[in-house]
Design a protein around this ligand. Structure first.
Ligand SMILES: NC(=O)c1ccc[n+]([C@@H]2O[C@H](COP(=O)([O-])OP(=O)(O)OC[C@H]3O[C@@H](n4cnc5c(N)ncnc54)[C@H](O)[C@@H]3O)[C@@H](O)[C@H]2O)c1
Ligand SMILES: O=c1ccn([C@@H]2O[C@H](COP(=O)(O)OP(=O)(O)O[C@H]3O[C@H](CO)[C@@H](O)[C@H](O)[C@H]3O)[C@@H](O)[C@H]2O)c(=O)[nH]1
Length: 430
């Protein structure tokens, strides 16, 4: 099938590459000319495991193309996916400028019947707005063609995006009528497709993220209580997770959730509540607990160093908001670094792939290392912020020797408390 994807970001590029891998003929377009030029050279501008390989392979065999101008790639196209960004406005509502501009672009250029698929995360009612905008542009041109619209929110996670797209738990498709289902079935053939109406599909995306974020904030709240009363949160997590009604996933306490989705989508859902005269009390608490959680490691540091971090060497392992991505958007590391800089600490950082992103953000205020042990050199304290695999079994001997001190704050609770004391570390976790 001939498909166009608007937006070559984390969702658009993964969607395009995966559909091409399934045998479709895909063109991905973006307004960022530099991004498109680099993609034509098979260079992906962000880190996502396996994505560059898929881009190169499908580009080479001629199933994946990159364009700037939508008008150049509409011939025989059956579906156009909108996968542009929906960042937060200052008040927390979803900013729909990119989505509305992409819709106008479709309306200005399309010359035949088409299915428009909305992949971006958008508030209820946006798909209808998109349809109206396309129709407005068609009317201006006096073009009488039929536009079908479906809402198909995306549930992939950064760091496992290809795997998630290729093996989804479910594919949600909100439709206005059954006519379009044949085409959707053809696209997503092997997967479990759940058809809903459009508003439900739009809402499912927000509610799924809200539920996951709620689990995390709930566990962080419980972890903070456990730490006050001397209970091991890891044992509690395992103990409740084996209740099949609860399940084991998304129960890991830590230094807070980040990323380009949970924080903005929770804010947007709270704002949707406000707009409709309803206070989303639980989600407000989820957000408040998370904001507090991002400050917890700093508070622990203040206690250790008796409120004086000036001149203290603080080493950080992990900067991205989760492993296997270079994305530092809303990462707990950013909150911690801001506080440490204010307190006058010397900050030495290491991350397997997010160093450059971090350097772009903080410039020469930090010391950057490409080796995890070098980052810990002479450090008064080491903090683990992201649970990259390579941090699971370090050489404790080497680490102790390099640091000269042996205090470790584990922001992701990945180490065994008992063993850490045997390794000679003062070990503090969440
Ligand atoms: N990042 C994720 O893991 C993830 C997962 C599921 C859903 N989502 C949702 O998917 C959407 C896209 O997210 P993303 O992370 O891919 O965003 P992104 O910011 O990485 O990418 C958006 C891309 O769209 C391009 N763009 C903007 N306006 C355009 C236009 N008018 N025409 C062509 N290109 C345009 C931008 O240049 C950018 O490359 C958001 O709504 C997000 O909430 C994201
Ligand atoms: O038990 C857990 C699980 C996750 N996290 C944190 O939660 C954040 C988000 O992690 P994750 O959900 O794995 O990554 P995202 O790429 O942000 O994916 C979420 O956001 C996407 C964008 O909407 C959705 O598509 C995905 O389904 C949804 O999981 C990260 O900071 C994690 O460290 C925890 O603290 N504890």
């Amino acid at each position: 099938m001939n498909i166009v994807i608007i937006g070559a970001g984390r969702v658009g590029l993964v969607t395009g590459s995966c559909f091409a891998e399934m045998g479709n003929n895909v063109t991905v377009i973006d307004i960022d000319e530099n991004k498109i030029q680099r993609l034509r050279e098979n260079i992906v501008s962000f880190y996502e495991p396996d994505l560059e390989r898929l881009v190169r392979k499908n580009h080479k065999v001629g199933r994946l193309h990159f364009e700037i101008d939508l008008a150049n790639c509409l011939k025989r196209v059956k579906a156009i996916f909108i996968a542009v960004g929906t960042p937060s406005n200052n008040d927390g509502t979803a900013n729909l400028c990119q989505v509305l501009e992409a819709s106008r672009n479709i309306g200005r250029n399309i010359k035949h019947d088409i299915l428009v698929v909305i992949k971006s995360t958008v508030p209820v009612g946006t798909s209808q707005k998109i349809k109206s905008i396309i129709q407005e542009e068609l009317d201006k041109r006096r073009v009488g063609i039929s536009i079908e619209i479906v809402s198909n929110p995306e549930f992939l996670k950064e760091g496992t995006a290809i795997k998630d797209f290729m093996n989804p738990d479910r594919v949600i498709v909100g439709v206005e009528n059954e006519k379009v289902q044949k085409l959707i079935d053809e696209l997503y053939k092997p997967y479990r497709i759940i058809y809903t109406d459009i508003p439900s599909a739009e809402m499912i995306k927000y509610v799924a993220n809200a539920m996951l974020a709620t689990r995390i904030s709930f566990m962080n709240d419980i972890a903070n209580l456990c730490s006050l009363i001397g209970v091991d949160i890891n044992m509690v997590r395992i103990g409740i997770g084996f209740d099949s009604r609860i399940g084991t996933k998304f129960l890991y306490s830590g230094c807070g959730y980040g990323g380009s989705c949970f924080p903005k989508d929770i804010k947007a859902l709270i704002q949707i509540g406000y707009t409709n005269g309803y206070a989303m009390q639980l989600l407000q608490a989820v957000e408040a607990v998370n904001n507090n959680q991002k400050t917890i490691l700093f508070d622990k540091l203040l206690r250790i160093f008796e409120n004086n971090l000036k001149g203290k060497i603080v080493a950080l392992w992990g900067l991205s908001f989760k492993p296997n991505t270079d994305d530092i958007c809303e990462s707990p590391a950013l909150t911690l670094i801001d506080a440490l800089l204010k307190a006058g600490a010397i900050i030495q950082v290491y991350d397997p792939v997010a160093l450059e992103e971090t350097r772009r953000h903080f410039g020469n205020k930090l010391y950057y290392y490409t080796n995890m042990y070098d980052a810990a050199k002479n450090a008064d304290v080491l903090l683990l912020l992201t649970e990259w695999k390579e941090f699971y079994s370090p050489s404790w001997e080497l680490l102790k020797k390099t640091m000269g001190h042996s205090i470790l704050l584990d922001g992701r609770n990945i180490y065994d408390k008992k063993k850490m004391h045997l390794n000679g570390f003062t070990y503090i976790h969440i």
